[in-house]
Design a protein around this ligand. Structure first.
Ligand code: HAM
Length: 443
């Protein structure tokens, strides 16, 4: 039995190890390619920001801000650093690890005057987010998002549709096919307040039949009651007034035009009047994608429109829409579906035998690596059988055998491990063979 490790990853955080990291890199690389094909450009943002930025944008009554942020004070100038023995600051600036990336993107947009750029500003960001949620399958305290935002002067429904199209195209590319896109409009400041008040009145009538969370939300945020998964509440919720019957003319038209745009682009969705989202900044369009094989944490993407958020943070009047894909869950769903891409692994294991062959082994390993072939070269001599055994265990596709015969004849023996096919090649032929195979022109 291995000894119990002295240190373990903190609860809710985890290590992502090879070979999964190859899958993650492929997933993120595909996102970059697709997002950039829609003219999005990358923004890299800090991991922590002023707590107030999140409170103002996500909303101080939301679960995220009221109970899930990792918040601490930065030492102010008068204090010594923690490593010098000072305890945590009582007076420094209060900051939080980012629970999401939209607020930071808005802060950066305002700070760097990005509204001066021509056309719409399309930004994506890839990285970890932090929320102190109860960890379970698909729910972590450090998790990863692919976040995309479009900011500008227009709120044309075509922009909403383009964001959704990009999302659907990306999911198709990464083989995440067993998904459902839910769509809703939650109105704007002209119509939502009246609807929320109506909802509150209706909820008060049935308060006794609701669970404690929903009872509390009648006061704090009645919309969130629609999100409830409690089975006893489902029948009651089904009878509540629906936002779609209470949208103002502007919101109704925007939603209708968005649906036309989606039809034009062949995007399949389901309308879901209960989709309200857990962040305060949304207006009009909201959406979520759920995927199979994930249990209760099945939302792989959430997003929507947030016109006015930039203004709320002190910037100029700006329209905006975006989404965040939860990479952990999306990748989990791809893994569970078994629909995995074939990713490059180790190409060649160099089995050199006898000190005199070592220099030739070193030289060919460097040349192969320069031409993009992945090579493992043992630093110590190994017995031939042991060498091939290790090559097999490492998943190498080829063993490159270099013995005294090969050195004498200036050749290499290349053995394909899957079927033991073996051929003697000159250096030129070897490089040609492996390069053309890499390009996929040889089976
Ligand atoms: P969100 O719905 O809070 O939206 O998060 C988006 C996605 O992040 C979720 O659908 C889920 O896949 C993933 N996620 C959230 N929390 C966790 C967790 N604890 N563990 C694993 N995955 C998680 C936002 O964050 C908005 N900022 C999206 C947005 C961008 N709206 C407009 N622009």
């Amino acid at each position: 039995m291995p000894e119990k490790p002295q240190f373990r990853a903190i609860k809710g955080t985890r290590d992502i190890l090879p070979p999964d990291t190859a899958l993650w890199n492929w997933f993120e690389h595909t996102a970059r390619e697709i997002f950039e094909s829609y003219n999005f450009r990358e923004i890299r943002l800090p991991i922590f920001e002023q707590t107030d930025l999140f409170a103002r944008s996500v909303g101080s009554d939301t679960d995220i801000v009221s109970k899930e942020m990792f918040t601490f004070r930065l030492p102010d100038g008068s204090e010594r650093l923690a490593t010098e023995g000072a305890s945590s600051s009582q007076t420094g600036e209060q900051v939080s690890l980012r629970p999401e990336a939209t607020a930071s993107t808005m802060r950066a947009y305002i700070e760097h005057n990005l509204q001066a750029l021509p056309g719409n500003v399309k930004l994506y960001c890839i990285g970890p987010m932090f929320r102190r949620e109860r960890p379970q399958k698909g729910r972590y305290r450090q998790f990863y998002q692919l976040n995309a935002e479009i900011l500008g002067q227009s709120d044309a429904p075509a922009i909403d549709a383009e964001v959704l199209e990009m999302l659907v195209v990306f999911f198709k590319h990464v083989g995440l096919t067993r998904t459902t896109l839910y769509l809703n409009s939650i109105g704007d400041k002209n119509c939502r307040p009246q609807y929320v008040e109506l909802l509150r009145q209706e909820l008060l009538k049935v308060k006794d039949q609701l669970g404690p969370d929903s009872q509390r939300r009648i006061e704090t945020n009645p919309l969130r009651v629609l999100d409830s998964k409690l089975s006893q509440e489902q029948e009651i919720i089904a009878k509540l007034p629906r936002i779609s019957d209470h949208l103002c003319a502007g919101c109704r038209e925007h939603f209708a035009r968005l649906k036309d745009e989606l039809k034009l682009r062949g995007i399949v969705y389901e309308e879901n009047w209960r989709l309200v989202r857990g962040l305060d900044y949304y207006t009009r369009t909201t959406f979520e994608v759920i995927a199979e094989g994930l249990g209760s944490q099945n939302a792989v993407c959430g997003g929507g429109r947030y016109d006015g958020l930039v203004e709320l943070l002190g910037g100029p009047p700006t329209k905006g829409i975006g989404f965040a894909i939860g990479s952990d869950r999306a990748i989990l769903s791809i893994q569970e579906s078994g629909n995995l891409p074939v990713l490059p692994g180790l190409d060649v294991f160099v089995a050199w035998m006898g000190e005199p062959t070592y220099a030739a082994a070193l030289a060919i390993a460097r040349k192969l690596r320069e031409s993009g072939v992945s090579v493992e070269l043992p630093g110590e001599e190994m017995k031939f059988k042991k060498s091939l055994n290790l090559a097999d265990k490492l998943g190498a596709r080829y063993a490159l055998i270099i013995g005294s015969d090969e050195v004498a004849s200036c050749t290499f023996t290349l053995k394909r491990l899957a079927d033991a096919d073996q051929r003697k090649l000159s250096e030129y032929e070897l490089l040609e063979y492996l390069e053309s195979e890499k390009r996929g022109t040889r089976g």
